[in-house]
Design a binder for this molecule. Structure first.
Ligand code: GLC
Length: 423
């Protein structure tokens, strides 16, 4: 899949860092504290007086991202709370009206430009601060307008357009625009058209005012994707390091290493991009636990990425749904993204011996055989079987095996009755 223009960086980079950062990092509970925690707007606003991120250094964020093998960044410029991380002229509820005063989007953009790191900007359509946003108690909205509010969606969109104009003109070339939470479900393609005019290299997601360029399955809620082997449109899955929150949360319920490996693998192997989120602390630093998680995921990814990048999805070559397959020429990769219940993997109906089989996690050779298994007595069909995998020793790890063939016969390997489903 290609757009055929400057947006194609998206298909080169594949794995990106999502950053949720804003006033909500101060109480460190959830990025939607104001709504989920029932905090009055006037109380929430006071957090701006405590915004002093003295350890903020975007180069440290990018160092970490690069170390993990990530190639782009997506930053929350304005979340649902309405607080803006840049020097906007459209509202006082922004960084320049805090004790810190710096334009943080500018500083992130400058670091990204210097390091050739495509930068995407997240922007929330819903707004719990702007007097014209028609809060009506729909999902992700305040229960209703607050005293003094003047709900008027058309005027709110004027404000939003003026902000988009600032973001698309003052911060250099952008890699993307990442809308979120269009609760109104209002459609207006002219908004993205303006972004495209100003930022031809920007990929735009599907959570704004039209369908945009790519889909955004989130966390593991999109269970349906598990039954799909290929995607019919560009896709970028997003996931956070913890299950409860995207912004920094003290005492967060963090995912296991294996869960994140599995999540990254299952999307990359299907040809989707993957955006993994960290929530920096209010001072701008990243919690050492999150740093450790990303480093460990990066270590796994560096060993296994050849199975996930510049490959074609190939899961249709086997009926075994506990593994995902990808291929590059006559090399086939077996990604054990589901828990192994035995120390072996059967690749029915493949029945060809590879010339070499290697476990990418360790570099060790993997034993293979083509044989008729007792469970296949009715058909007497032989199949390729990988044996004695270190399923116990590496129980916390997604195992990935590289199989090299002289020839990988398409016909012999094709699964009867194509089970492929597309979105
Ligand atoms: C969900 C959350 C929101 C977060 C977004 C990131 O929509 O509600 O807070 O920013 O996911 O994808």
């Amino acid at each position: 899949m290609r757009f055929g223009d400057a947006r194609d960086w998206f298909f080169e980079k594949r794995f990106g860092l999502f950053i949720h950062w804003g006033l909500y990092a101060l109480p460190a509970w959830h990025e939607q504290l104001q709504w989920r925690g029932r905090v009055d707007r006037s109380e929430y606003e006071k957090l701006a007086g405590d915004w002093v991120p003295h350890r903020f250094d975007p180069d440290l964020w990018l160092d970490l991202a690069e170390e993990a093998g990530m190639g782009y960044l997506c930053l929350t410029t304005k979340h649902h709370d309405g607080f803006c991380l840049w020097a906007t002229k459209q509202t006082d509820f922004c960084v320049t009206h805090t004790p810190d005063g710096r334009d943080l989007v500018y500083l992130v953009a400058e670091a990204c430009r210097r390091r050739r790191f495509p930068l995407c900007l997240y922007y929330s359509c819903v707004d719990w601060h702007h007097p014209n946003y028609p809060n009506q108690g729909r999902h992700h909205e305040l229960p209703g307008p607050l005293p003094g509010d003047q709900p008027d969606h058309a005027r709110y969109l004027d404000f939003l357009r003026a902000q988009v104009e600032e973001l698309c003109t003052n911060y250099g070339p952008l890699g993307g625009f990442w809308w979120d939470m269009n609760v109104e479900e209002h459609v207006d393609p002219s908004i993205n058209a303006r972004i495209r005019e100003l930022q031809p290299g920007a990929v735009i997601n599907n959570r704004g005012y039209d369908e945009g360029d790519f889909g955004t399955p989130e966390r593991d809620w999109d269970g349906g994707l598990d039954g799909q082997m290929t995607l019919s449109r560009p896709t970028e899955a997003c996931q956070s390091v913890g299950i409860e929150s995207w912004g920094f949360r003290l005492g967060e319920d963090y995912y296991t290493d294996r869960h994140l490996q599995r999540s990254l693998a299952k999307y990359l192997a299907r040809g989707a991009n993957y955006l993994l989120n960290l929530g920096p602390r209010a001072d701008g630093s990243i919690d050492p636990h999150q740093v450790g998680m990303l480093r460990r995921l990066g270590a796994w990814y560096h060993k296994t990425r050849e199975a996930l990048i510049d490959v074609e999805p190939a899961s249709h070559l086997t009926t075994n749904r506990d593994v995902l397959l990808t291929r590059r020429g006559t090399t086939l990769y077996v990604i054990c993204h589901r828990e192994l219940v035995t120390d072996s993997v059967k690749l029915k109906p493949l029945a060809v011996m590879p010339t070499r089989a290697t476990l990418l996690n360790s570099g060790d050779e993997v034993e293979c055989e083509v044989t008729v298994l007792p469970s296949e007595h009715a058909t007497q069909q032989p199949c390729l079987r990988l044996r004695r995998l270190p399923a116990n020793e590496l129980a916390g790890t997604v195992l990935v095996v590289r199989l090299e063939f002289d020839e990988l016969p398409e016909a012999a390997a094709a699964v009867e009755g194509d089970e492929r489903l597309v979105r």
